[in-house]
Design a protein around this ligand. Structure first.
Ligand SMILES: Cc1cc2nc3c(=O)[nH]c(=O)nc-3n(C[C@H](O)[C@H](O)[C@H](O)COP(=O)(O)O)c2cc1C
Length: 429
């Protein structure tokens, strides 16, 4: 028993150390991010090599698209060797298109960064051209697109270049730089490629929506297992997918996320700190260990309400009592979410209600009984959604509101829910 609690304590301490490191280092946002680096034909193209290395130093995966002009300034071979992936050059090439086509490239990327971006690229992208691989991928992209212009100061100052820049900015592109200073042509002014350090930092900041910046979110997920004997347990069908998707969405919104997880087969989302637990009591203790730090608590786990009163020390043998039936006595587990909601200075507390009928009625009852700020009800009676599925439909109930989010992926649903929670918190001031 002592060993078990020591292990839990060690997991919690490790989480606090990791969180402190994250707060000191925003560049951890880059870890495992997929960055598509577009290089155009400018004198600063050589800096794309350093940029690639620096992204990789922070754990990002970089793939490169080069315009034909860019290949006159730095070789595709250099970029291939550094990025460790073939460089993408052509739009209308059946061989390369069959390996990773322009739409797949656009889907692959978490961020497209064009650095350096020529005046010519700004003009083509601003006017909606899709006449080469880079502009076509940018048009097909749904991820953020960041553009780091670099050119002679007179080119940058031209009205037409400024108009193109403003058009792209208005359409949602992120314009990084340019810096001012001495240029390769010997002139002084605005037009230098933004410094590599700043490009790395600004790119990392784009991965956060920022709505939960500075907040700590504790989320429980997955099932719990209640031991009958050393080899048997009672559990439920929860896959953990909804809780993990919420952890990822909260992390993408800029929060520090601690995920207290029952046994699942899921990978821990990037930048999320997972504490592994087995039983409801373990989960309760882990939550109590970290809850003081939380601004928001979201209880998604399907926690067993009851556990066998006594877990046998040895495997229960089939005929050991001489009976053909086995009676187990159950006792109630601690109510994890109520324990959080009734704390003084409690965090904003969200509960999930898995119901098979009368969703809103039961959700509102749970909101009142457990003194929660929000209850999210999902219909687990419909086997195509809820437990184990990749999609879900939910009803969200607060004191004064009720809102239905229709069927969508658990990922999309999580993003919507996190934005709603962030909005509620900002209303509360
Ligand atoms: C030596 C040299 C350096 C150049 N440097 C730049 C530059 O820094 N920025 C720029 O916008 N254009 C620069 N140009 C012009 C571009 O290479 C040219 O507009 C080209 O068509 C850009 O093609 P792309 O946008 O498809 O890469 C330079 C041209 C030469 C010959």
């Amino acid at each position: 028993m002592k060993t078990k609690y020591y292990a839990l304590f060690r997991q919690c301490s490790a989480v606090f150390t990791d969180l402190a490191m994250i707060m000191d280092n925003p560049l951890v946002n880059l870890k495992h991010r997929r960055i598509l680096l577009g290089i155009t034909g400018g004198i600063a193209a050589y800096k794309a090599a350093e940029l690639t290395r620096r992204f990789q130093d922070h754990g990002a995966d970089v793939r490169v698209i080069m315009t034909r002009s860019a290949t006159e300034f730095i070789t595709p071979l250099t970029m291939q060797a550094l990025s460790k992936h073939p460089v993408h050059l052509d739009l209308l090439n059946p061989d390369t298109e069959s390996v990773m086509g322009h739409i797949e490239l656009a889907r692959w990327a978490d961020l497209i960064l064009i650095a350096p971006a020529s005046a010519n690229f700004l003009a083509r992208f601003a006017s909606g051209h899709g006449d080469d691989l880079l502009t076509t991928v940018c048009l097909a992209a749904e991820c953020p697109v960041a553009i780091a212009p670099a050119m002679n100061q007179a080119m940058w100052a031209k009205t037409v270049t400024q108009t193109n820049r403003n058009t792209l900015l208005a359409r949602g592109a992120h314009i990084l730089g340019p810096d001012e200073g001495l240029q390769a042509c010997g002139e002084i002014g605005a037009g230098r490629l933004m410094a590599v350090d700043d490009l790395i930092l600004r790119s990392s900041e784009l991965f956060s929506t920022g709505t939960l910046q500075g907040k700590t979110v504790v989320i429980t997920a997955g099932p719990t297992r209640e031991a009958i004997d050393p080899v048997r347990f009672i559990s439920n069908h929860s896959s953990g997918k909804q809780g993990y998707a919420l952890a990822e969405a909260a992390s993408n919104a800029g929060a520090e996320v601690i995920l207290v997880s029952g046994p699942t087969h899921l990978d821990v989302p990037e930048r999320v700190h997972r504490i592994d637990v087995i039983s409801a009591i373990d989960m309760h203790d882990a939550v109590q260990n970290v809850i003081d730090r939380a601004d928001i608590f979201i209880g998604v786990a399907a926690v067993a309400d009851y556990r066998p009163k006594l877990a046998a020390n040895q495997k229960i043998k089939k005929d050991q009592n001489g009976h053909q039936s086995l009676l187990l006595e159950f006792v109630e587990n601690p109510d994890i979410i109520k324990a959080v909601a009734t704390r003084p200075n409690r965090p904003f507390t969200v509960g999930f209600a898995a119901e098979t009928q009368r969703l809103e009625t039961y959700a509102r009852q749970k909101l009142v009984d457990k003194q929660l700020d929000m209850v999210v009800a999902n219909n687990v009676g419909d086997t195509s959604i809820g437990f184990n599925a990749d999609v879900n439909a939910i009803t969200i109930v607060t004191n004064h509101t009720s809102q239905v989010l229709p069927l969508m992926s658990k990922r999309a649903l999580s993003e919507r829910l996190i934005e709603l929670i962030a909005a509620q918190i900002s209303h509360q001031g």
